[in-house]
Structures are given as structure tokens and as C-alpha cells.
Design a protein. Sequence first.
Length: 279
Amino acid sequence: MYPAFVAFPAREFMMLRIASILVVSLGLLISPAVAVSAQSETMMYDHVHLAVPEPATAAAWYSRHFGGDPVDGRTDRTLIGVTRFIFRQEANARPSEGGAVDHLGFSVMDLNAKLRELEADGAMITTPRREVDGLFPISFVVDPWGVRLEIIEDPQHLGFHHIHLRTTEVEATMQAYLNIFGGVRTPMRGSRDAILYPGNVWLMFTNGEGFQTAGSAIDHLGWRALDLIPKMNEMRSKGATVTRGPNDLTFENGMIHIYFIDGPRNVTIEIVQRARNMR
């Protein structure tokens, strides 16, 4: 069955966290003769960091078309659902298509109307609307700054929908994300394996070589830790390479602590701990 899509406020997120710990604990109690892959407790998906020439303009564009709200007292970001879209200034970022993070997916109520709206505001339609058996109507566009977007009509899950990765080793890459970030592995609409994170964000995988995200229009992905230092120690014990951090940043609504790691298969990943009163 297709899972129910509901928001994950703090109480539900903590319940999911406890459930993921129980899953791992039960797995460790199984006989050693049974192969068990210990999965990390589930982390909340936090943000996407995009590279554009004019961050404030791009943030306003995404807010206008996908329902974003101001956040952190900054004009270079927008909050869509519970996911931050953060824009850094970069004049010549490589378009995302063909990258390790190939595209981002948004679900809308009326696909045809949204395509007309996006095209009128600078997006280029590269794949017109088509039906996908067992899933939903889809189309592909490229935003004015080279980010490939999949626009779908999935009324069960509106808003920011998914992140689509490219990898030559789909199963191994999926297991790596489960091992580091947790999540719920489940078929989307019963047809395509994906990982679902709190905040209703799917991580999807396509077979193919993908270039490094750093320096591309989708520069990096971000997950949120509740307790950063123990989480980073855990990630190091699982072989993660820390490339930057710790760093502290202060905003008008609180402080954040960050690290960067080399993620699986050419994906740069930021791990962030936010002040508990931050959205």
C-alpha cells in the first residue's frame, strides 16, 4: 500500500526516532546466523542548497511557485513545508541534470496549470506532461538557473516531494543512506523502492553515473541531527569522511552547528543541528 502522507511535527518525529531505534535493537537480537544490516536512527531531512547568481531572486521565485515562507530572517532562503531551500551566490554553476543529484520533485494539484505558470516565469519545459503507469502524471522543467525539476500531480503528497539521485550501484547506495541517515524504505505507490524521511521527503534512485554535486546547481543536501557531536562520531565510525566543521552560524532566530561530509556516490552532505526553537 502507498503510505499515508502526513506531516511529522516534533511529537511524531520523536515517535519515529524511537521506532527506528527499536528496529535496530530488535535486529541485533536476531541470531548472528541471520544477516542483518544495522540501520541508523532516522534523521529529519533539513535542506537543499542551490547555487545561483542572485540568491534573493531565486528564493522569491521558489516561494512564489511552490508556496515557500520566509525563514531565518534571510532573503536567500525559503521554507517549503518543513524543508529549507537555501541559495548561495555562484555565477556559473553546472546545470544539475546528469549529476549525482539529478533533480528535485514537486507535487501540485494541477500539473498543466503549473507548467504554464512556470514557463511564463522563465522555466523551460524539457519533457511535456506524460502519464506513468502505477504512479502519477509527470513533467520535467529546468528553472532559470539550471536546476532540473520534476513536476508531478500527486494529490496524496503536495509540495516538495522528492530528491532523485543517480548512481551506478543503486542497492548499495540506498543501503548507505539507510545506514547513515535511517529512513523508511518503502515502494512508492507499490512500484519503485525509495526512502521516506520525516517531513514527507522521498529519496529516489536511478541507475547511472552522476557527477559531483559540489559546484553544480544542486550543490549539496542537508540532514538534521538532534545531537550533533554523537551523530558525527557515529558517522565517522561508519566510514564517513568529514570535510568541514565544526562551524557555528548565528541567525536572528537562533544558532546552528554544522559539519560537511562526503556522502555516498559524489553527493556533498551537510549535517546541521538547529536551536530547538527554530522552525
